[in-house]
Design a protein around this ligand. Structure first.
Ligand code: SF4
Ligand code: FES
Length: 224
């Protein structure tokens, strides 16, 4: 799967690995993939080695890199949710936990991943979810992201970032495919206009939800 696919929330295509794949090859494959999702490998290298070896054992048994810590159902559609890295499927939970279930991956803004080993509680309340590298989006660009079940459009205008529900209130077109003009996005289907700063439109009772956005260390976070 491409990095763009991961970013757009498109479910990952299962990739089969050949027999004899090494931990170093897995690591090299996963590193750019998880980077666009705002994650990196745990800083505890011994722990990473152990988990990757677990994945390689599963690979030898099943032909795919299922999570070593979770139980497969045998239904490929269900089990694709635990092919590693499974971050796109569990994005909102992992964002709050600041790591994936296993701790193989931690959020890019965590310095010491060893502090998070063994933490499995999901937080309550709002969570900040990394959605893009600031430098990966140009001014006037919009990008679709999914966080849990939420369909969100992220916009960049004059170096600032904004996030709205991606669903136009007229006939549900994706606003991330709309046309940008300054702080306005025009719906691609019938031209309704929304202010990307707050989701307002001049159609009565039709504003779309806006989400708080923060940028830290070159990473864009949306709070849901
Ligand atoms: S929980 Fe972590 S180690 Fe397990 S499949 Fe997901 S990303 Fe991989
Ligand atoms: S669907 Fe957006 S204007 Fe019609």
């Amino acid at each position: 799967m491409s990095a763009e696919g991961a970013q757009a929330g498109i479910p990952p295509v299962r990739r089969r690995f050949r027999e004899g794949t090494t931990a170093a090859e897995l690591k090299a494959y996963m590193t750019p993939f998880v980077a666009v999702l705002g994650y990196k490998f745990n800083t505890d290298e011994e722990f990473v080695r152990l988990v990757l070896e677990g994945e390689l054992e599963v690979l030898a048994q099943t032909g795919d890199i299922y999570c070593p810590c979770r139980i497969r159902t045998g239904d490929p559609k269900e089990d694709v949710r635990i092919v590693c890295p499974c971050i796109p499927f569990h994005r909102s939970q992992f964002a709050g936990m600041r790591k994936c279930w296993c701790g193989l991956f931690i959020r890019a803004d965590v310095d010491d991943g060893s502090e998070l080993l063994g933490v499995i509680e999901e937080p309550e309340g709002p969570v900040e979810v990394p959605v893009a590298r600031a430098g990966d989006m140009r001014d006037g660009e919009a990008r679709r992201v999914t966080i849990g079940k939420r369909d969100i459009a992220v916009f960049r205008v004059d170096g600032e970032f904004f996030a709205l529900s991606n669903v136009c209130r007229h006939a549900f077109a994706p606003l991330s495919e709309g046309f940008m003009d300054g702080y306005t996005v025009m719906c691609p289907w019938h031209g309704w206009r929304y202010d990307v700063r707050d989701g307002t439109t001049d159609h009565p009772d039709s504003d779309v939800k806006s989400y708080p956005v923060a940028v830290r260390d070159g990473e864009v976070f949306v709070t849901v």
